[in-house]
Design a protein. Sequence first.
Length: 256
Amino acid sequence: MTPLLSVAGLTKSYGARTAVADVAFDLWPGEVLAVVGESGSGKTTLLDCVSARVRADAGSVRFLTRHEGQRELFDLTEAERRLLARTDWGFVHQNPAEGLRMNVSAGANVGERLMALGERHYGRIRGEAANWLARVEMDAARIDESPQTFSGGMRQRLQIARNLVTRPRLVFMDEPTSGLDVSVQARLLDLLRSLTRHLGLAAIIVTHDLAVARLLAHRMLVMKDGTVVEQGLTDQVLDDPQHPYTQLLVSSVLQP
């Protein structure tokens, strides 16, 4: 089997500061990978480079396309990258307002991705939007309401529906539950776990919360100062951390 995503030697600097240094990993179809570390560890920069939102200074990111095998992301044209972002990829932002169009209805937010792929039948677009609102446990009766009227948790659910309506094979998530109330976080995490399993989605999730990583991810990378200091199966890394930094992260969570 060929990896869905292959990352090798990925490096990104901002001036004298190296945000990501020589990172390498493979992501397999249907696998959920968590990238964990403290603020400033480089995990969000890594996500931005891997999703081609930011161009790396060095290294390779290869994605397994549907018809042409693995392609180097940074060799794709801008049009090819935009098409990937609308079809095979999703990106769930920490702040859902960054991933939604706040001035159009919930249904339009979901349907817009279908229209970008050429769907023009209003009834089918509306029906699929309503179906996806229900799948993310939102009241489909609110399909014509603006996201501005929704709570933070509902906006995040809407952003998830918007991303998944085109049935992508890979979803990038940047702190998807951060800033939400604990009870809302728990329900959203259950939803994400259910969707990734039932849809066979591959995902890369950036989080500082080890509990999120344990619940959602098969495997994890631990980052410190732009480098990956430890990686492995999630339970193995959390239950038996080998690197002193990982040990510190785990022990800080376990402290009363």
